[in-house]
Ligand binder design. Structure first.
Ligand code: PRX
Length: 635
């Protein structure tokens, strides 16, 4: 069975088949991949525990699919094109053969450093090719990678390392991001003070910033490579993995507690990332594909590394930011490498729009054939700008809805095949069964309806567990509505049956496409010595999509509110990272609470949105007076 559908009629027919005979459908998709041994059983599942197993008995190594199997036909084809932060530095191209060699080499470095199948490895690196190499080298030998985005603080890294009990960290001396030089190794050193499980740190040279190298613990990437070169260790046999062996852990925020480690497994994730990449983007051999995400997020895992490489695609990786040295950088990259497919985030589009059209006009964007967006709802204005100024009205835009827990695209147009509409993710991919439910969990049938978005049948790329705490996985995704995976998103199905994601219905924010739990930010704010309590809500932000609005009770601000605000922001940066910094902090004398002590967030959300005229029923509040005070002090 072909991974790609080739017409809307075929989509409808394949979709129907995928719902009627899901196992047969997924068998056909999985046959497009390289298995050392074919699976015995396609699917075993229940959403109660939950227990989901795909392709049991199947044996594989995902790197054989991403590298070995392409060597004969695509050995000299670029696998990764790397564009550095500074446009005057040389770009790099790694062909499939070169990438294969480097992955084998680094896999041998890991082995030399005692890494074994099943060990957890934390990767904290900037967007350099060695990040992809490190990930693939882990997968090659069956080690489980846990990539942490470069914007997280030492405390956040330590939490993640401890949760997964990582034995080794791979990092860089520093990272270039725009005009900044970020000392990554320093951050790791701070994190490791509380991480006794880490025995080794491998440090790649990038910025040549001075770093502390601890004897016995810290080694240079380059030195370790030299060792395997002198050992003439050039190949590395792939570890044979069971389909349901863990491939990686990726931490993401929920509405409660600390971030959870989403677990993806080898077989199902491979099939799902490869299938969705091929189908959604209708990837054709030879096309240059540019995903602007960071590999520290799921989008980079699935759509810079595993999805494209499993399909023999050319994946462009960019180290820098869209506005450096100026807001024309993406367009220069598109012209330089004749990019055919561009996949980016609405927040990046809105930010570039705000600099005016002069940065995009006149750039050679004639190579572009397909465009995509991911991570958050896209507003119509940004959609049209992307369509007209970037796509010149000729490129289909795929607005891909999915989540870290999903492994790959779920509801999305298929480029050039299915219809598109601004702000709509449109239709589920074949194999995906979305349903809308009401508050009671009753399925809402028909069109022209809204509800909470659930998925009622498993798909190969779905979350298997949350690392070390299966009950948490059940609670977060499978306990709200019986026998369904609950996404946490609200959704509309219009008169034509097209889906539009309306945003989170839980206490999770989406700031510049980054997922942030309000409870996490509150915990961080509350760690500031003069804060008694706080409540965090989102509000509409022109560029970021959502901004972070914090209501803070702090009776003692040392007579200087502004300085205390800055101190609170610094505290959040230390505890979580700069991505979670509040945009607005309003000091209040109390929070609106019910008599049972629950904060009424609905009221705070309205105030943060500037909608103070209709706050709804406030009679159940313990002290309705605080609402007036909060309203009058709103920022
Ligand atoms: O609210 C949805 C939003 O992002 C959430 C998932 O975040 P994360 O796991 O960080 O993954 C982001 C990249 C896949 C979802 O629950 N979201 C993602 N894509 C879209 C979206 N909202 C609207 N439209 C989208 N295309």
């Amino acid at each position: 069975m072909n991974l790609k559908v080739s017409s809307f009629d075929e989509y409808k027919q394949v979709y129907k088949q995928s719902v009627e005979q899901p196992e047969q459908f997924w068998d056909g998709i999985a046959e497009n991949f390289l298995w050392r041994k074919k699976w015995d059983k396609t699917l075993e599942w229940n959403f109660k525990e939950p227990n989901v197993k795909w392709f049991q008995g199947g044996k594989l190594n995902i790197t054989e699919n991403c590298l070995d199997r392409h060597l004969e036909t695509l050995g000299d084809t670029p696998a990764i094109i790397w564009e550095p932060n500074d446009p005057s530095e040389d770009h790099r191209i790694l062909t499939y053969r070169q990438l294969f060699d480097k992955v084998c080499q680094f896999a041998n470095v890991l082995k030399n450093n005692n890494v074994k199948k099943g060990d957890r490895i934390c990767i904290y690196m900037p967007m350099v090719p060695e990040l992809a190499i490190a990930i693939l080298a882990c997968a090659r030998i069956g080690a489980i990678h846990s990539v942490v985005f470069g914007g997280f603080s030492a405390q956040s890294i330590a939490d993640r390392i401890q949760d997964a009990d990582c034995s080794l960290v791979i990092t860089c001396d520093g990272a270039f991001r725009g005009a900044k030089d970020i000392p990554l190794k320093n951050v790791i050193d701070d994190a490791l003070v509380t991480c006794p499980s880490v025995k080794k740190v491998i440090v790649l040279t990038r910025t040549r910033t001075p770093v502390a190298m601890l004897k016995g613990r810290d080694v240079w990437w380059e030195d370790e490579i030299k060792k395997v070169e002198t050992q003439r260790n050039t190949t590395c046999e792939p570890e044979e993995m069971d389909a349901e062996d863990m491939l990686f852990i990726l931490y993401t925020s929920g509405s409660t507690g600390k971030p959870k480690g989403v677990v993806h497994t080898c077989g199902g994730y491979m099939v799902y990332a490869g299938y969705t990449f091929a189908n959604t983007f209708q990837y054709e051999p030879g096309e240059v594909y540019f995903c602007t995400a960071d590999i520290g997020w799921i989008t980079g895992h699935s759509y810079i590394v595993y999805g494209p490489l499993s399909q023999g695609a050319t994946s462009l990786m960019f180290e820098g930011i869209p506005t450096f040295p100026n807001a024309g950088r993406f367009w220069d990259i598109v012209a330089k490498f004749k990019v055919n497919i561009l996949y980016t985030a609405p927040t990046a589009i809105r930010s570039l729009m705000s600099f005016g059209d002069s940065f995009v006009e006149g750039k050679d964007l004639s190579s572009l054939k397909k465009l995509g967006t991911v991570g958050e709802p896209i507003n119509e204005e940004a959609w049209h700008w992307y369509d007209e100024k970037v796509g010149h009205g000729k490129c289909p835009i795929v607005d891909t809805w999915w989540q870290t827990e999903n492994g790959g695209h779920m509801i999305t147009p298929i480029a050039g095949i299915t219809p598109t509409k601004p702000g709509y993710a449109m239709l589920p991919l074949p194999g995906i069964q979305p349903v809308l439910v009401d508050e009671k969990g009753e399925v809402i049938e028909g069109n022209g309806v809204s509800g909470n978005l659930c998925i009622r049948f498993p798909w190969p790329g779905m979350i298997r567990t949350t690392y070390g705490d299966h009950e948490r996985c059940r609670q977060a995704y499978f306990a709200t509505y019986p026998d369904m995976y609950f996404t946490g998103d609200g959704c509309l199905r219009d008169e034509d049956g097209y889906y539009r994601i309306t945003g989170r219905v839980d206490d999770v924010l989406n700031v510049s496409g980054h997922r942030i739990g309000t409870a996490e930010v509150e915990n961080a704010i509350n760690m500031h010595s003069s804060v008694v309590e706080s409540a965090v809500v989102g509000y509409p932000h022109d560029i970021k999509g959502q901004g972070v609005y914090a209501f803070v009770v702090s009776p003692n601000v040392h007579g200087n509110e502004d300085l205390t605000r800055k101190d609170i922001i610094m505290t959040v940066s230390r505890i979580i990272g700069a991505i979670a910094k509040p945009d607005k902090i309003q000091f209040v004398s109390g929070l609106p609470k019910t008599r049972s002590g629950k904060i009424m967030r609905r009221i705070l959300r309205k105030i943060a949105e500037g909608e103070t005229s209709n706050l709804g029923d406030t009679s159940t509040l313990l002290d309705p007076g605080v609402v007036e005070e909060i309203k009058s002090g709103a920022l």
